[in-house]
Design a protein around this ligand. Structure first.
Ligand code: 5AD
Ligand code: SF4
Length: 427
């Protein structure tokens, strides 16, 4: 999501005549687009601010700006460091040109107003991906869920959906310029809802279907579904279209009902497993991936075991796994002590990671012998005589070949695997 926001920022600044550089010494303006979801993400940015400050010592005219969630969360505290000239929250990117014009020595600029309407729907993001094959498209902003551990509703504001006409136009545009895959982005795509002037509505399943029908050559992915909201209609829509990739990211967070209540996730373990069963009944080959938090407030050893057991029960194909990081101002920070000792959090997280590594390997082994249509992304990182690309289930496939190029679809047979990669041959 931040990559896509950066693309929006580049577009707004390009209209003002700014050019993009990745060479810091060359830049007149340095912007860091930031994440607040865990403390370590913020700590990295404080390190970067020090680095930018070194630039200012030799080039006092350089402008240093912090944008995104950390700007929204810390506001003036960033300016108080006296190392930052600009602070702009996620809904204020249209004001960046004005803010940049108004900056003067000892006159830093800040805009952290959140909006109920801003979706940047009319802005054509300047793509910064490197492969020219796969593009992100934001379909909504903000989140109305207030999971108790999560800072996102405070930094990104209330949920709002983008006009589907602008989404379809953007998808058609990127396809026309050579992209072969789009990923539709939202904090909770299942609550996407657009009400037209004529009273008609477009929900996420409708939107996904419309994008899926653009071309048989354009694949569609999306992120993220919320287990409490993922509908039969969405699952059945996915099953109907080959262009919709068969991979669902369904963050479980914990396998314990007590933790799920405290996390305010508003589903139970049984409900979650029922959704998984529905997905598997419609799409037996659909990959399911997840997010897991280890060591949330009051988590007992039994709660932790429940997380390990739901992981085994679902057999996740991949997972993002984190230690709980208390975020100031959230419901959890206000109501529950962050009482799991750091070494216990670390141990539980490593058990979760170890289990997931085994599950990922098992999942990859199940694919040996299968034939997948993959979208070539380019040469593999390790060997220039090999190409790599993803199967519909999002697994990375590597195969010897130099004849094809990024953006081609090819069929490969899986010969062997590691935990992270499927080794294949061209069919
Ligand atoms: N601590 C740890 N992980 C968190 N996430 C969100 N907030 C926190 C937090 N305070 C994780 C969740 C979410 C993912 C994007 O980040 O697992 O799904
Ligand atoms: Fe955060 Fe929950 Fe919203 Fe996801 S759904 S962004 S975890 S509040």
């Amino acid at each position: 999501m931040n990559v896509n926001d950066t693309e929006v920022i580049f577009s707004i600044l390009a209209d003002e005549g700014y050019d993009r550089t990745e060479v810091m010494d060359e830049a007149d303006v340095i912007l860091a687009n930031t994440c607040s979801v865990r403390d370590n993400a913020e700590q990295r940015i404080w390190g970067r601010i020090e680095q930018f400050h070194q630039q200012k010592k030799t080039r006092p005219e350089v402008v240093v700006g912090i944008v995104g969630c950390m700007a929204e969360r810390l506001k003036d505290a960033l300016l108080d460091s006296r190392k930052v000239d600009l602070v702009a929250g996620p809904d204020s990117y249209r004001s960046l040109p004005q803010l940049l014009r108004d900056i003067a020595p000892d006159r830093p600029q800040i805009n952290v107003l959140l909006s109920h309407e801003e979706t940047y729907g009319d802005i054509r993001p300047v793509r910064i991906d490197r492969n020219g094959v796969s593009a992100f498209i934001s379909i909504m902003r903000g989140c109305n869920n207030v999971c108790s551990y999560c800072v996102v509703p405070y930094t990104r504001g209330a949920e709002r959906s983008r006009d589907p006409r602008t989404i379809l136009r953007e998808a058609c545009d990127v396809f026309a310029s050579g992209y072969k895959e789009v990923t539709l982005l939202g904090q909770n795509v299942d609550s996407y809802l657009w009400k037209g002037e004529d009273g008609t509505t477009v929900d996420f399943a409708d939107l996904l279907e419309q994008v899926a029908l653009i071309s048989p050559e354009l694949r569609v992915r999306y992120s993220t579904s919320h287990p409490k909201d993922i509908s039969d209609k969405l699952i059945e829509t996915m099953g109907r279209h080959d262009t919709i990739c068969k991979c669902i990211h369904l963050p479980v967070q914990s396998g314990s009902d007590a933790m799920l209540v405290k996390m305010r996730r508003r589903y139970t373990r049984a409900w979650y497993l029922d959704r998984v069963a529905k997905i598997r009944s419609v799409m037996p080959d659909c990959a399911i991936t997840t997010d897991i938090i280890a060591g949330f407030c009051g988590e007992t050893e039994q709660d932790h075991q429940d997380t390990l057991s739901i992981m085994r029960e679902v057999g996740y194909d991949a997972a993002f796994m984190f230690q709980y990081s208390e975020r100031p101002g959230t419901l959890a920070a206000r109501n529950y002590p962050d009482d799991i000792a750091p070494e216990v959090k670390t141990r539980r997280l490593s058990e979760i990671i170890e289990l997931q590594n085994a599950l990922s390997l098992e999942s990859n082994r199940r694919d040996v012998g299968k034939v997948f249509r993959i979208l070539v992304e380019g040469p593999s990182k390790r060997n220039p005589a090999e190409l790599c690309g993803r199967a519909s289930n999002n697994k990375m496939c590597v195969f010897p070949d130099t004849a094809h190029k990024a953006g081609d679809y090819v069929d490969v047979e899986v010969l062997s695997c590691t935990q992270a990669t499927l080794m294949c041959r061209l069919v």
